[in-house]
Design a protein around this ligand. Structure first.
Ligand code: KG4
Ligand code: ZN
Length: 336
């Protein structure tokens, strides 16, 4: 039996999740209740609906996580929870729950940064991965190029100035009628399409080498669709998906390669929901190969929101004695 067992809770967006993680790497259970079906009809996450569903699901999800891990609350070393960034209502449900468990059991409480959780997802299946390394975090809410200097020590090198990569996927998918969430649907459509069919602009930010901007690309896609409609041209949605995806993947890969060279790292990792994207994985893996750098990426289940990654991040806070008190609060715009 391991030394440190952490019950982790994640409710920052539309997944109600709980996990038990041992010694920062071993996932004893990982329960995810996805609310996606609930939000699909609205074309995106409705915060009020998400909050209500989290309240309904959080106890059964935690019970299932404890059961699957084969442990009781008294077998745990700590309880951890995502306290930001994310949607305030959903975050509050997890934070209140974790505080209640900590208060009732006397277990130490650990507040976890959601993005740090995404990065730490890489440790679950890659025991050899250790800082320093570069990590590209791409999700529905975030696009960050991060230098992981040490466990728990992060330096943001580049970030999006406007839309997140996943947000761009979701908006473009909606524009071509693929529905929500758009990322996996664009990924699938792109496999059937020609990525060189439509030359979309590669978004550059003038005053920063590493920052990203995806709103211009999204507008270019919408303009292209409008023009085609006005002219009565038919647009092949697979070609559009493939061309858009290529524009995103190329920019992400270029910045990652620049960072690998400038910071002379030997390891590069991906994280976040968009890290499931097959073209992005292939492109970064290929670039790493050419640069002579090892490439790491979590399995899809650890890319999208989950609590196992929160349990891993919490372990590194635990070993440093970074505990929260009962004043822990949700911070929707918590920075890295
Ligand atoms: O990490 P995540 O579950 O939630 C946030 O923290 O934001 O990421 C969700 C995002 C959504 O925008 C979804 O469309 C995107 O990840 N996504 C993908 C793929 N799978 C999920 N984007 C592109 N390709 C995919 N295969
Ligand atoms: Zn996330």
């Amino acid at each position: 039996m391991g030394e440190v067992r952490i019950l982790a809770i994640e409710s920052s967006c539309d997944e109600t999740a709980a996990a038990v993680v041992e010694d920062g790497r071993k996932v004893l259970s990982n329960i995810i209740y996805s609310q996606i079906d609930l939000h699909t009809i609205y074309g995106g996450v409705v915060p009020e609906i998400a909050s209500r569903k989290h309240i309904e699901k959080i106890n059964p999800v935690i019970e299932a996580a404890l059961k699957e891990a084969g442990c009781k609350l008294s077998d745990l070393s700590a309880v951890a929870v995502t306290y930001g960034p994310g949607l305030v209502g959903p975050l509050l449900v997890g934070v209140a729950e974790a505080k209640a468990i900590a208060f009732a059991t006397g277990l130490p409480l650990i507040g976890v940064h959601h993005i740090q959780g995404h990065i730490c997802a890489n440790y679950i299946e890659h025991p050899d991965l250790k800082p320093p390394y570069m990590c590209l975090v791409v999700s529905g809410g975030h696009t960050h190029l991060v230098r992981v200097a040490d466990f728990g020590k992060y330096e943001v090198i580049g970030r999006t100035r406007d839309d997140a990569a996943g947000e761009a996927f979701d908006k473009v998918a909606r524009a071509i009628g693929l529905g929500y969430p758009g990322g996996p649907k664009i990924d699938a459509a792109a496999k059937r399409g020609n990525a060189d069919a439509i030359p979309f602009p590669k978004a550059k930010v003038d005053d920063s080498e590493y920052d990203f901007s995806f709103s211009g690309l999204k507008s270019a896609v919408l303009n292209f669709l409008n023009h085609a409609e006005m002219k009565g041209d038919t647009v092949n949605p697979d070609d559009l998906a493939a061309s858009f995806q290529k524009a995103v993947v190329d920019v992400l890969t270029e910045h990652a390669v620049m960072a690998i060279r400038q910071f002379n790292v030997k390891d590069m990792a991906l994280a976040g929901g968009v890290a499931s994207n097959s073209a992005l994985r292939a492109s970064i893996a290929d670039a790493c190969d050419k640069e002579g750098v090892r490439f790491y990426c979590p399995s899809p289940v650890y890319c999208t929101d989950n609590a196992a990654m929160i349990g891993v991040a919490a372990y590194h806070e635990y070993t440093k004695g970074n505990f929260a008190d009962y004043s822990l609060n949700a911070i929707p715009n918590l920075s890295l």
